[in-house]
Design a protein around this ligand. Structure first.
Ligand SMILES: *[C@@H]1O[C@H](CO)[C@@H](O)[C@H](O)[C@H]1NC(C)=O
Ligand SMILES: *[C@@H]1O[C@H](CO)[C@@H](O)[C@H](O)[C@H]1NC(C)=O
Ligand SMILES: *[C@@H]1O[C@H](CO)[C@@H](O)[C@H](O)[C@H]1NC(C)=O
Length: 318
């Protein structure tokens, strides 16, 4: 009787010590994935006893414990799963026998980035571990555009790239790998994705300029060679422009002078005309009236009309 009891106690003791020692471990604290990749979120029990008969939960602890995957009563259950993970999560069932509850997540999206919690066990004895998933989206290769010359003859280059996550780092380098200071920098975020645009001013010809857009795990690069021809074009253009400027300045001056002359001339003409008219009037008023008398007019008197402009003969007989 005593022996049986001892055996029972021992059995109980062993079971207790096993459940105390059981823990959930993760192979990595942080996991990285590119958009579109398939990724394994690691999680397994130690010791490696089977978890086939246990409940396994994957949740987003940064999203109010939103359910990512649930395995219960030997089945995967989809009903409470967050819609955004529908059809993309999988527990590898043969691995469950080895105590491995790692989750396979396929077609990774930017919104998958966050903190995941792996929970193994029943309500009474739960064991959990967290894994952080970092997501990167590789954008489009950068494009360099020649954006003309600035007033001091520097060549303005613009480098642009879009479709990145998270915000990428853009760097201009010369052929020696020396970083060049950008003139302007711009970053935009649209639908979660970043686009970036930097410009620089280059004064040296025969230089190979690199534009690098990078994230922690990705980098894309574009190059341009600033040939002497490009700068020559600018010099010719600059000379042409100054010649044109000088010429048009001269032409404008000539025009102004001519216009002034013409106006003066016209004024003089008008003045001249006015004076002539005045003179005519004056002469008109000074004209002496011509009077011709014949024999029949003898004995008549005459007098000047109004304003002294005519001579009137009085008809009254004497
Ligand atoms: C489901 O997950 C997405 C991220 O993948 C999150 O934005 C959304 O809020 C979650 N939905 C719920 C109901 O928790
Ligand atoms: C459990 O782990 C031990 C070493 O820790 C290993 O020898 C054994 O093969 C593993 N069992 C299974 C089923 O993976
Ligand atoms: C768990 O399973 C995954 C997926 O098969 C595998 O990549 C990983 O190495 C396994 N982990 C351990 C500790 O066996």
């Amino acid at each position: 009787m005593k022996f049986i009891c001892l055996l029972l106690l021992t059995a109980c003791g062993i079971k207790d010590s096993r459940s105390e020692q059981y823990e959930v471990i993760r192979a990595a604290v942080a996991v990285f994935a590119s958009v579109g990749d398939d990724v394994i979120l690691p999680c397994s029990g130690k010791p490696n006893i089977s978890v086939v008969d246990m409940r396994v939960e994957w949740r987003r602890s940064d999203l109010k414990d939103s359910l990512v995957h649930l395995y219960e009563d030997h089945e995967d259950r989809e009903t409470e799963q967050n819609e955004s993970y529908r059809g993309r999560t999988q527990l590898i069932h043969p691995e469950l026998q080895r105590g491995n509850a790692s989750l396979r997540l396929s077609s990774v999206k930017v919104s998958d980035e966050g903190r995941y919690k792996c929970i193994i066990g029943s309500e009474s004895s739960k064991h959990e571990a967290t894994v952080d998933l970092t997501v990167e989206a590789l954008g489009w290769p950068p494009v360099i555009t020649i954006d003309g010359f600035n007033p001091s003859g520097g060549l303005r280059l613009q480098c642009e790239s879009e479709g990145w996550y998270p915000e990428p780092h853009l760097e201009w380098l010369n052929h020696e790998g020396v970083s060049l200071r950008p003139e302007t920098t711009e970053t935009h975020q649209k639908a979660g994705m970043f686009s970036i645009k930097h410009t620089i001013i280059v004064y040296h010809s025969d230089d190979k300029i690199h534009c690098r857009v990078k994230l922690k795990h990705h980098m894309l690069e574009a190059q341009i060679i600033t040939s002497r021809e490009v700068f020559k074009t600018w010099r010719t253009t600059a000379v042409l422009i100054s010649v044109i400027v000088v010429f048009s300045g001269f032409a404008a001056m000539m025009f102004a002078v001519l216009l002034h002359k013409y106006r003066e001339n016209r004024q003089l003409k008008i003045e001249n005309k006015r004076l002539k008219q005045e003179l005519d009037q004056l002469l008109q008023s000074q004209k002496t009236p011509e009077v011709t008398l014949d024999a029949g007019d003898s004995g008549k008197t005459c007098h000047t009309g109004p304003e002294d402009k005519e001579i009137l003969v009085d008809n009254a007989d004497p």
